[in-house]
Design a protein around this ligand. Structure first.
Ligand code: UDX
Ligand code: ADP
Length: 473
């Protein structure tokens, strides 16, 4: 790691964050809480999102994340501000975080693989246009390696004499535990221009912000490329563990082994470790798939075909896991679900979030719709319109069919009423303690349950009369 010595740092009074999403919102709320002397402005072009962040009732903020609304209640309008006035916030800021979305490209070169950097570039051009004083620009969004170079090019060619230092400070928070992850991070990673005094000073300035609450030993400083690549690597390794255990889940199903027992046995090997070995219907979320596709694209661009193929297999296995779960439902229900009612318990990509990006529930439901099933969805935090939008986005079924065949209800019990089968898609805690006996009584018989999250107990569910299919059993 680079050690930063004798650097002159700047006193930070104003921070701006462009992008009030799942990363920008929680991260800035925690910075505002821990650095009361700094004013933190979170800006976004999405007016309704900003309005929701400013809703007098903090329970209505646009992101559900345990502990977040309390911090917003404490800091909002004290030193945390949400607005659409992007230019104003850029102008006043000493540090500008860029936390805009970087989805996978859906067009042109790199379609379906490369990260789409148009939102990042627009931010850079806006900063270049507006800034009148020196700024530290922080890449927060996950970006392909060497994006900082592109940012630098745009910013330094403005000709208005302003100095920009570009830092990479990837976010490692996981949704659902974002606040804990931010308050007590395993590490903070800051990459910058380590060869110049200005670069080192900028890094030290950002170190000083985090040092308000993070022990210095946990704040790592590296060159900017290492930092960018570390983020992609961390997500690729994490996703790879899930695909590895999911590959084993299929072998378990065919052999009589139990995937949790296998996970426990290998997890006690301290070299392997016990975390992130929960077999499931497949990983979702905005990061894993996008980042691996991006890594595959980078590898291919560098002529590293074997490396690209290696990482691509993590995605192939994940898609296979979702598809085989859906196919198993159809096969088990006597090869047809046409006109049958399937209850989907959970729509979010994991518990304790209202985020649905890349959620397995979307793909499984889409498949069931192709088989003419009626899908009844219950999720405690996801809004009805989001569910329809997710299915419409795939483009396999028209809006009318989706709205006819998919119903969204307010309780798990309601979803399961008159169902032929239940699919557990998200591991929400409340699903573990449902009144399964009365749910069973209200279903068509034989009553099937497909647990894509391994939260149900096979023996007791069978004792109630259910025909039970648990992934990895
Ligand atoms: C991930 C990384 O964990 C985080 O460090 C990074 O900053 C962003 O991407 P996130 O996608 O929010 O975070 O959630 P995560 O907890 O990693 O879960 C991702 C997906 O994997 C979820 O669908 C989850 O259900 C699934 N998962 C996770 C499993 O199927 N099994 C596991 O053992 C762990
Ligand atoms: P993430 O999970 O990375 O935080 P989100 O999609 O939740 O991603 O949030 C990104 C936010 O960035 C969105 O609310 C979007 O409106 C905002 N955004 C994108 N481009 C710009 C821009 N040029 N200026 C301001 N906000 C932007």
């Amino acid at each position: 790691m680079i050690s930063l010595t004798n650097t002159m740092t700047k006193t930070i009074k104003n921070i701006c964050c462009i992008g009030a999403g799942y990363v920008g919102g929680p991260t800035m709320a925690v910075i505002a809480q821990k650095c009361p002397e700094i004013k933190v402005h979170v800006v976004d072009i999405n007016e309704s999102r900003v309005a929701a962040w400013n809703d007098p009732n903090v329970e209505h903020i646009p992101i559900y994340e345990p502990g977040l609304s309390e911090i917003v209640a404490e800091t909002r309008d004290r030193n945390l501000f949400f607005s659409t006035k992007v230019d104003e916030a850029i102008d006043q800021a000493d540090i500008i975080f860029i936390s805009v979305n970087t989805p996978t490209k859906t067009y042109g070169i790199g379609k379906g693989m490369a990260a789409d950097l148009k939102f990042i570039e627009l931010c850079a051009r806006q900063i270049a246009r507006v800034a009148k004083t020196d700024k530290i620009i922080v890449e927060k969004s996950t970006l392909p390696v060497r994006t900082a170079e592109a940012l630098k090019d745009i910013l330094h060619n403005t000709g208005n004499g302003v100095n920009f230092q570009i830092l990479s400070n990837p976010e490692f928070l996981a949704e659902g535990t974002a606040i804990d992850d931010l308050l007590d991070p395993d590490r903070i990673l800051i990459g910058g221009d380590t060869h110049t005094a200005e670069g080192q000073a900028a890094m030290q300035t950002l170190v000083d912000v985090y040092a308000h609450w993070v022990p210095k030993a946990q704040i790592l400083t590296t060159n900017v490329w290492s930092s960018e690549l570390s983020k992609l690597t961390a997500n690729a390794f994490l996703a790879q563990r899930i695909s590895s255990i999911n590959a084993m889940s299929e072998i378990c199903e065919k052999t009589g082994a139990n995937v949790d027992e296998v996970a426990r046995a290998i997890g006690m090997d301290s070299r392997i470790g016990s975390k992130f070995l929960k077999s499931s219907v497949g990983f979702g979320g905005s990061c894993f798939q996008k980042d691996i596709l991006n890594l595959v694209y980078i590898s291919k661009s560098l002529g590293l075909q074997e490396v690209a193929d290696y990482w691509e297999q993590v995605i192939i296995l994940n898609d296979h896991q979702k598809l085989r779960f859906a196919k198993n439902i159809v096969k088990t229900l006597y090869n047809t679900v046409s006109g049958k009612q399937i209850a989907m318990l959970g729509w979010a990509f994991k518990k304790d979030t209202n985020d649905t990006r890349e959620s397995a529930a979307i793909y499984v439901s889409d498949y069931l719709l192709s088989e003419q099933a009626d899908v009844i969805v219950y999720d405690p935090k996801v809004k009805t319109e989001q569910i329809y939008a997710d299915l419409e986005y795939l483009g396999h079924h028209d809006s009318e069919t989706i709205r006819q065949r998919v119903k969204v209800v307010k309780t798990a019990k309601e979803a399961c009423q008159n169902a032929h089968a239940i699919a557990v898609m998200t591991e929400w805690d409340e699903f573990k303690s449902l009144d399964w006996k009365s749910i069973y009584d209200d279903m068509y018989k034989p009553a099937f349950v497909f647990d894509g999250r391994r939260i149900l107990d096979q023996t007791s569910m069978e004792a109630l009369g259910f025909n039970v299919n648990i992934i990895g059993n």
